[in-house]
Design a protein around this ligand. Structure first.
Ligand SMILES: Nc1ncnc2c1ncn2[C@@H]1O[C@H](COP(=O)(O)OP(=O)(O)O)[C@@H](O)[C@H]1O
Ligand SMILES: [Mg+2]
Length: 240
């Protein structure tokens, strides 16, 4: 067993409920500094609930969450975000009535005083499309542009860990490709990333470690080569 303080994020045996309805029954995952990790599983298996429980959007009634050596299990979400977790939520949630520029600067900060902080120029370099749309309202962007904006907005908070819930859901193949390329760039820059997505093939190439959730429980974890090897046995759990 590794000491939990060596992980950037460690969630152990999380149990969380919506009212009387329990959704997590032992969700666990760990992310090392600089690691690219996925959370996989069919619809309704608890991926978003795990992210909410890690981020303090929901408070788990069992299990623990450690981030950078601190027990953050009962912390409010704004404090957890300040520790350096950037979330690209499932529904993107860009500010509809703000322009692209305003979306990017609205929540920007470098509270952790990271060196080489994210700037508008760096975000525009990553997503040239956003620069072309800089004065457009969030509401008037395509799904792909909204996702780029949500990623750019999260990066402008200079996170130590970037979490994407359904990274490419509902996007056209070419836009998906752009998102995967962006994630590859971010990975190569050393950022720690947790991705939820249904497309296993690009993730096998990008990710170091995978976790599979079934009925709110982590049922499998392993490297990309082991997932490739086990993919037939795991077909049902992966929903592919
Ligand atoms: N806001 C909610 N209220 C009540 N139940 C919910 C809510 N969100 C999700 N659930 C339930 O929790 C379980 C896990 O859902 P979720 O974490 O969204 O799964 P996934 O992200 O893997 O598709 C499902 O049974 C789902 O119906
Ligand atoms: Mg979800």
């Amino acid at each position: 067993m590794k000491n939990q303080h060596t992980h950037l994020l460690q969630a152990t045996d999380l149990e969380s409920s919506y009212g009387d309805s329990q959704a997590l029954f032992g969700a666990s995952l760990a992310i090392e500094e600089g690691e690219f990790v996925t959370l996989l599983g069919r619809n309704g298996m608890g991926k978003t609930t795990t992210v909410r429980s890690v981020m303090g959007i929901m408070t788990p009634h069992r299990g623990r969450v450690f981030f950078a050596g601190q027990d953050i299990t009962q912390w409010p979400s704004y404090q957890i975000a300040r520790l350096g977790i950037g979330l690209v939520p499932e529904q993107r949630q860009v500010f509809a009535n703000l322009t692209v520029y305003e979306n990017l600067v609205a929540t920007a900060h470098n509270r952790l005083q990271q060196k080489d902080p994210w700037t508008l120029a760096r975000v525009y370099q990553l997503f040239p499309r956003l620069q072309e749309r800089v004065g457009n309202l969030g509401a008037n962007l395509s799904g792909g542009e909204q996702q780029m904006l949500a990623i750019g907005r999260a990066l402008m908070t200079n996170p130590r860990l970037l979490i994407l819930d359904e990274a490419t859901e509902g996007l056209a193949p070419l836009v998906r490709q752009e998102i995967w390329e962006c994630l590859s760039t971010l990975k190569n820059s050393g950022l720690s990333v947790l991705v939820i997505d249904k497309n296993i093939v690009p993730l096998l190439r990008l990710a170091d470690t995978h976790y599979i959730l079934e009925n709110g429980r982590t049922i499998w974890q392993g490297s990309s080569p082991s997932l490739l090897e086990a993919r037939h046995e795991l077909k049902e759990s992966l929903g592919v």
